[in-house]
Design a protein around this ligand. Structure first.
Ligand code: RP5
Length: 164
C-alpha cells in the first residue's frame, strides 16, 4: 500500500495534526510524519515533495498556520495529490491560513479541508488510496455506516425528549 506523507510547518501544529495521525492508524494506513516549513526549511520541504512519489507515497497532507504556504509549496514540487490543512492561530483564527492554502493558482491544485480539519484530511487521503483498494473502501463504508447510526441514535433521543 502507498504511504501517506504528513508534513507540518512546525511542531506546534502537532495537536491538530494528531487527529490525522489517529485516523490513519485506525485504518492501518502506513504514513510518515515530518516537520518541514515552506519558509524555515524550504530546501527540505522541496526535497521531500520532489522525491515523494519515488519514495512510495500516494498523497501528502500538509498542515500549516499563519502565512501558510506549505501545501502550495509542496504541490509545486509533486504531482501527487496534496491535501492542505489550514491551522488556526491566536491572532487571526486561521482565516489567514485558510486563504493562503485554498487560493491556489490554476495548474497547481491543493485540496483544502476546513480550518483544523485534520481528521477529514486523513479520510480524504484514505479515499484516494481506496480508489484502487477494495479493503480500504470497505473500511470507509463501515466507518460511515457507524457514524450514521450514531447520529440516528441522537435523533431518537431528541425525539423522545421533545415530541409527545
Ligand atoms: C507556521 O507558523 C506553522 O505551521 C505554525 O502553524 C505557525 C507558527 O509556528 P511556530 O512559531 O509555533 O513554530 O509556519
Amino acid at each position: 500500500m502507498k504511504k501517506i506523507g504528513i508534513i507540518m510547518g512546525s511542531d506546534s501544529d502537532l495537536p491538530i495534526v494528531q487527529k490525522a495521525i489517529d485516523v490513519l492508524k485506525e485504518f492501518e494506513v502506513p504514513f510518515e510524519v515530518h516537520v518541514f516549513s515552506a519558509h524555515r526549511t524550504p530546501v527540505e520541504a522541496k526535497d521531500f515533495s520532489a522525491n515523494a512519489r519515488a519514495n512510495g507515497f500516494g498523497a501528502i497532507i500538509a498542515a500549516a498556520g499563519m502565512a501558510a504556504h506549505l501545501a502550495g509549496a509542496v504541490a509545486a514540487n509533486t504531482t501527487l495529490p496534496v491535501i492542505g490543512i489550514p491551522v488556526s492561530s491566536k491572532n487571526l483564527g486561521g482565516m489567514e491560513a485558510l486563504l493562503s492554502t485554498v487560493q491556489m493558482p490554476s495548474g497547481i491544485p491543493v485540496a483544502t479541508v476546513a480550518i483544523d480539519g485534520a481528521a477529514n484530511a486523513a479520510l480524504l487521503a484514505i479515499e484516494m488510496l481506496a480508489i484502487t483498494d477494495g479493503t480500504l473502501a470497505a473500511k470507509l463504508d463501515a466507518k460511515r455506516a457507524k457514524a450514521t447510526e450514531t447520529v440516528l441514535e441522537k435523533n431518537r433521543n431528541i425525539e423522545l425528549q421533545f415530541n409527545k
